[in-house]
Design a protein around this ligand. Structure first.
Ligand code: SF4
Ligand code: SF4
Length: 351
């Protein structure tokens, strides 16, 4: 793994870092058909740090084009169309300029595998095996349900829009089960390389409504389990988050070495989401027993809510009904997935 520092989204600097990093890990991309999978969760301005920054992608895409790659880019946003996210997030023109083909993850591709979760069939919106190289480009962010979202969680985007909710529903309040599902999906995608945009990350109530924080980190690894373990150890030391814990239990986190090209110190303040006050390190049976008490309930802030109804639309448990002034929650039905908080465009859901 290669990790280093970039204090700005200067595409020239990032491109030269990536070129060096790819060469250090012996990654040959020349002439390949490449699928780039960024985090395009929602149509937010780049400085909100919700999505992989367009200039970070520009740097990567220019490098791929220089190496005569055929470049495609795709994702499945939360509830909006991919076109809207690309337009409002400042990507569309850059992609056109570089001749990048946009791939809509709206197909029906059944991927099968015996993994670590109880499930064997996963319906993907796009087949990663159609490409010679898949480049996973996550954003460094906190995540109310899973603690952080990094390389492994980013591949959940291969599941089509609202079908993601069905996986949340199957896992219910069991974060360890959801982690095992994420691990299986990631292994079916099996990206060639993961390139982390941590130049500006998100802390607090991520992955959508947290606070942008300058982290200055760029990391490149052939193994996202290793990359996630490395980043988590720096940003939330002493805690093993559910995805990495699951991967480690199944021997999926390889021993790794980090080629340090000038990593910056971790920001002095990097608060985790309020919903994750849960003590992640408690033994699993105790966590299960105390789950209802440990996990925070989502609540609407009437002053911020605009009654748009998106939270009710995305709630996989059908636990939200719109009242006259703000949404009402059925806490018996609620599975504490925080999709409502993640998708609320006005940051009106708190935990
Ligand atoms: S998504 Fe947010 S703004 Fe829209 S109804 Fe729900 S809480 Fe209110
Ligand atoms: S109310 Fe929110 S946290 Fe609860 S199940 Fe619905 S989307 Fe998930």
């Amino acid at each position: 793994m290669v990790a280093g520092r970039s204090d700005s989204y200067n595409p020239r600097e990032i491109k030269s870092f990536l070129e060096e990093a790819f060469s250090r890990i012996d990654l040959d991309i020349s002439g390949r058909s490449v699928l780039v999978k960024p985090n395009l969760l929602a149509s937010k301005a780049p400085d909100r740090a919700v999505t992989t920054h367009p200039d970070f992608l520009r740097a990567l895409i220019e490098l791929l084009v220089d190496h005569s790659c055929t470049v495609c880019l795709g994702d499945s946003p939360g509830y909006e169309s991919l076109d809207r996210v690309l337009r409002n997030g400042g990507y569309a023109e850059m992609l056109r300029e570089h001749g990048v083909q946009v791939v809509y993850f709206t197909g029906e591709v059944v991927k099968k595998g015996r993994g670590v979760s109880p499930y064997r069939d996963f319906l993907f919106g796009e087949d990663p095996d159609r490409y010679e190289t898949v480049i996973n480009v996550p954003k460094l962010k906190t995540h109310s349900m899973m603690g952080m979202t990094l390389g492994v969680k980013n591949t959940f985007g291969f599941i089509r829009g609202f079908a993601k909710g069905r996986w949340h529903l199957r896992a219910g309040r069991d974060r360890d089960l959801f982690a095992s599902i994420l691990v299986d999906i990631h292994r079916l995608v099996s990206p060639t390389v993961t390139v982390l945009d941590g130049v500006v990350g998100m802390c607090g109530d991520g992955p959508s409504n947290g606070d942008p924080v300058a982290c200055g980190v760029v990391a490149v690894s052939r193994d996202a389990f290793a990359l996630d373990a490395f980043i988590e150890a720096r940003f939330c030391p002493g805690v093993t988050l559910p995805v990495t814990a699951c991967a480690a239990r199944h021997g999926l986190v390889p021993p790794f070495e980090v080629i340090d090209l000038g990593l910056p110190p971790v920001p002095a303040r990097f608060p985790m989401p309020r919903a994750s006050d849960t003590d992640w390190n408690l033994p699993r049976p105790i966590k299960r027993l105390l789950r209802d008490f440990l996990t925070k309930k989502p609540k609407a802030d009437p002053a911020a809510c605009r009654l748009c109804g998106i939270c009710a639309e995305v709630c996989p448990a059908n636990a939200i009904h719109l009242g006259e002034r703000f949404p009402l929650f059925d806490y018996q039905a609620c599975i504490r997935c925080y999709c409502c908080q993640e998708m609320c465009p006005h940051g009106a859901i708190r935990t």
